[in-house]
Design a protein around this ligand. Structure first.
Ligand SMILES: [Cu+2]
Length: 416
């Protein structure tokens, strides 16, 4: 009964959680420019009901159990991350301009640490490439990507004048038709859509690899360069571990070289959008199953393809979200942040983790599972006191513990 009562309270409570500040007037529902609930087609997703409950639970938990922190971060000053479909046209254009601004600012990573870095956006791609083995299938996976996405949001705001917050892409909303979503429809207010027909020598993308596939994603109708707002987007780094057969190799391929994958390899942004992938593994049923995970170990495995990964025709939302766009660098385990789509997908990864945590915040906010090195169960367990660094992308180090709550550490945000 408590749950259903909270559910009915959710809209009112969420509305009061939306701050009305001079800095971000668009966050107020009553001042929205062109928002209509009809953008969602009237479909209510079970996973979104869980998220609504989580939003309420988190505020109650923080207010009653974390009073010192609640003084610093509460409904009066918390910022709200929204789905791209709920952005007004001008909000979308402002976001797109800010992302493009990052590709025009100089890099902060020295040439000696990234010979191929040409712009500020590349700093983020280089950081992800350098740390791939210690931030995936590890205990810091969720916390590190939460911090990475937040840092990107800060740089959009601090260095490119963006006034809003990082959007997310609600996979199950568009699982049957990702190219019909406002984020991927290829319009002037999208993140560009599918690639042009191309890469015709490729018949499938193999999960986990082309050489030893457990799941074969059939090639879609794209594979070539995108048009639309990101038609001139520079992809400079990688590939390292791509499923695309149509990408020239990086000048630095030696895994013993600390700059492996970081040589200059300029090319266009390519995609091969796959409804075949999104419809099977990012639908509402799959997300709800993930959210019903009883403990962090179950959640962690389910999100990343099960245990063992990708057996029994199961991809998991993390890999399936990446292969919803696929292509180059989207299909590359190391270089995937080179497609600005990455942060829409990881916004949603973070939202689903936040939902799971706040279904039961007292026992789940600090729940952690996994070791410190990819695919190495003998490596030390990750600890809340472990430090996370973002290299030259963002100058401040935090601990995993700092990143466990979206209302703790450096963070103060929620999702709607
Ligand atoms: Cu990653």
């Amino acid at each position: 009964m408590r749950t259903s009562a909270l559910l009915w309270l959710a809209p009112a409570a969420l509305a009061s959680a939306i701050p009305i500040t001079e800095e971000s007037p668009a966050l107020s529902f009553d001042k929205r420019q062109n928002f209509s609930p009809s953008v969602f087609g009237g479909k209510i997703l079970q996973a979104d009901v869980y998220a609504g409950i989580a939003a309420i639970n988190q505020q109650i938990y923080q207010a009653t159990q974390q009073p010192a922190q609640f003084k610093k971060c509460n409904p009066l000053n918390i910022v709200v991350r929204k789905e791209w479909a709920t952005f007004s046209s001008s909000e979308k254009k402002n976001y797109i301009s800010a992302v493009q601004c990052m590709s025009k600012l100089p890099p902060k990573t020295p040439k000696s640490e990234c010979p191929g870095c040409r712009n500020r956006y590349d700093d983020f791609v280089a950081t992800h490439i350098k740390q791939t083995f210690v931030i995936h299938n590890t205990g810091n996976f969720l916390a590190w990507h939460r911090y990475f996405t937040w840092a990107y949001e800060q740089v959009l705001r601090d260095e490119c004048g963006y006034k809003g917050y990082q959007p997310y892409y609600n996979w199950p909303r568009w699982a049957d038709n990702p190219m019909g979503s406002p984020a991927l429809d290829g319009s002037a207010t999208s993140m560009s859509g599918n690639g042009a027909p191309g890469c015709s020598n490729q018949t499938f993308y193999g999960i986990p690899t082309n050489e030893a596939p457990l799941i074969k994603i059939p090639k879609g109708t794209g594979g070539g360069c995108v048009s639309g707002p990101f038609k001139d987007w520079p992809v400079n780094l990688g590939p390292v571990f791509t499923d695309s057969l149509c990408t020239p190799p990086n000048p630095i391929t030696d895994f013993m070289d600390p700059n492996m994958g970081l040589g200059h390899n300029p090319r266009c942004l390519k995609r091969d959008i796959s409804a075949w992938t999104s419809s099977q593994w990012t639908n509402d049923e799959m997300v709800v199953k993930l959210l019903n995970s009883a403990d962090i170990k179950t959640f962690w495995y389910d999100m990343q393809g099960g245990n063992p990964a990708f057996e029994n025709n199961f991809m998991g939302v993390h890999t399936a979200g990446h292969f919803t766009v696929g292509g180059d660098p989207g299909s590359d385990f190391f270089t995937s942040p080179g497609d600005p789509w990455f942060f829409f997908h990881h916004g949603q990864i973070d939202r689903v983790w936040w939902t799971w945590q706040n279904i039961n915040p007292s026992s789940r906010t600090k729940a952690i599972y996994g070791t410190t090195i990819i695919a190495d169960p003998t490596a030390p367990e990750a600890k809340l006191t472990d430090t996370m660094t973002l290299g030259h992308a963002y100058p401040i180090d935090i601990t995993i513990g700092d990143a466990m709550s979206t209302m703790g550490g450096p963070f103060c945000y929620t999702y709607i």
